[in-house]
Design a protein around this ligand. Structure first.
Ligand code: UD1
Ligand code: MG
Length: 447
């Protein structure tokens, strides 16, 4: 009953979108995406297990086997939604009368609400986004199937981003960044922007690597991969709404594009979350982590607000920086750094890296002691031998456990998501207040 009502709402939104705004169609596709993904997941999951795509839930008694890589279902539904979305975005360019032979005789402007529609040139950007997201799904699936080595899979997103960067080069090609007012006054230059040239492409490729990987390594607790993506959607959409209501014309277009990609993603992600949240019935796989991260990179790159996108990723950036001693081999990094599940009390405890068998680099010993003094890690020391025998794995998840003590897996996930939401909202607020101070202006008009 509720499903039919929701479907009716979605179809109504799709119908009226041509008269009002493509954003209505995005909400319609969000609802359809949710329903289709939710219906598909239980139906296709057994087939994933049959071909060996399953994983053990390491934080449950008996370590039950669960279908893995189910994020691929959300990703495929999302990509199909993006295909079906094309006529809703670009219908004003549809050819309605033709004399045949492939002639485009008359194309009719069907709407008077022209200001809500994308110009045709946006289509190349849109298709490059689709191509880039398709590539990341293929590479993500390769990782889930072959369990690639970390140092190899780390760079996969940069390869998937090639279509995006090439279209950016051909179509837009802007490689200038604004110089903050403070720096302009300091170096006393009249220039307002600096051309980064090829470095700008390097910066965009780094962003494409960073966002997917940073979601993938903030993982290991039921629901966290999808939950953080949902929170990222919410914060992004709040930011987009600010621009769409109060922004300048140029920023409105970029943020409309962002909302158009993110709203349908929210639908498929929420359906996946329903099945992945504690106690998980499916795992999302690296396909989903890469795919989700790539959506935010694409939106930031094509919308030309990649610095703001990075602000939304503050918790993931912290987790990445905090993890770096383990990621770069200065401190041993076990295959899984997720918290340790204690079957006796059902709670999660910080997991540890064994430093006896695999001692850390010498330079890290004082660093570990300082981190311990700052309560950023917990260490175990052998007083007789005056050596550190273990330290907690350096992830935000373990850090939350070090700070707040052991807790149940769902509580832990919710605590991290709450921190992420609070930090994200503060970041947006800071972006507009501090941004207007640093750059001397802001592109929303009430500040
Ligand atoms: C990343 C992390 C790793 C973490 C893992 C958890 C780094 C460098 N890598 O590795 O530390 O342990 O994600 O996803 O930080 N699993 C659960 N419960 C969950 C989620 C996953 O038990 O809620 C287990 C399952 O056995 C599942 C496996 O983790 O099969 C998936 O791990 P995978 O995504 O392949 O790990 P990585 O992304 O390589
Ligand atoms: Mg993973």
């Amino acid at each position: 009953m509720l499903q039919n009502a929701l479907l009716a709402v979605a179809i109504t939104l799709l119908y009226f979108s041509r008269h009002y705004s493509p954003l209505l169609a995005a909400i319609g596709f969000c609802i359809i995406g949710y329903q289709v993904t939710d219906a598909l997941i239980p139906r296709v999951s057994p087939s994933f297990v049959k071909i060996g795509l399953f994983g053990k839930d390491l934080s449950k008694p008996g370590r039950p086997v669960i279908p893995e890589s189910i994020g691929a279902v959300s990703a495929m539904v999302y990509l199909f939604l993006l295909f079906f979305y094309i006529p809703f975005l670009f219908y004003k360019y549809l050819v309605v009368i033709t004399s045949g032979g492939g002639h485009r005789d008359v194309s009719v402007m069907e709407s008077t609400h022209d200001e809500y529609l994308f110009p045709h040139g946006k289509m190349s950007e849109y298709l490059s986004a689709v191509l880039c997201l398709q590539s990341i799904v293929i590479l993500g699936m390769a990782d889930d199937l072959f369990d690639l080595r970390w140092r190899h899979k780390f760079f996969l997103p940069a390869i998937a981003a090639i279509p995006l960067l090439v279209v950016y080069y051909v179509d837009f090609g802007v490689t200038y960044v604004l110089i903050p007012d403070i720096i302009r006054k300091w170096v006393d230059t009249p220039r307002t922007a600096v051309n980064l040239g090829g470095f700008y492409y390097l910066y965009m490729a780094s962003m494409a690597i960073f966002c997917p990987n940073s979601i993938n390594i903030l993982a290991g607790v039921n629901g966290l991969e999808v939950g953080q993506s949902v929170v990222l959607c919410i914060i992004s959409l709040i930011n987009d709404s600010l621009y769409l209501t109060l922004g300048t014309e140029a920023s409105k277009e970029a943020h409309r594009f962002s909302a158009i990609l993110i709203i349908p993603f929210l639908g498929v992600a929420l359906a996946l979350w329903k099945w992945n949240k504690w106690p998980s019935k499916v795992f999302v796989g690296d396909t989903f982590c890469y795919f989700a991260g790539m959506i935010f990179s694409v939106v930031g790159i094509l919308g030309h607000f990649s610095k703001t996108t990075l602000l939304l990723f503050i918790p993931q950036t912290f987790n990445f920086a905090y993890s770096s001693p383990q990621l770069f081999g200065l401190v041993p990094c076990p295959r899984h750094r997720m918290p340790r599940f204690n079957e006796n009390d059902g709670l999660m405890y910080p997991s540890r890296a064994d430093l006896i068998e695999h001692p850390p680099q010498k330079v890290m010993v004082p660093v570990l002691k300082i981190l311990h003094a700052l309560k950023l890690i917990d260490i175990e020391t052998d007083i007789k031998k005056n050596m550190i025998i273990s330290c907690t794995n350096m992830t935000l998840i373990n850090l939350v456990l070090v700070w707040f003590g052991p807790m149940r897996e769902d509580k832990l996930c919710n605590r991290i998501l709450t921190i992420q939401l609070a930090v994200g909202l503060l970041a947006i607020f800071g972006r507009h207040v501090v941004g207007s101070l640093i750059y001397g202006h802001d592109n929303i008009q009430f500040l």
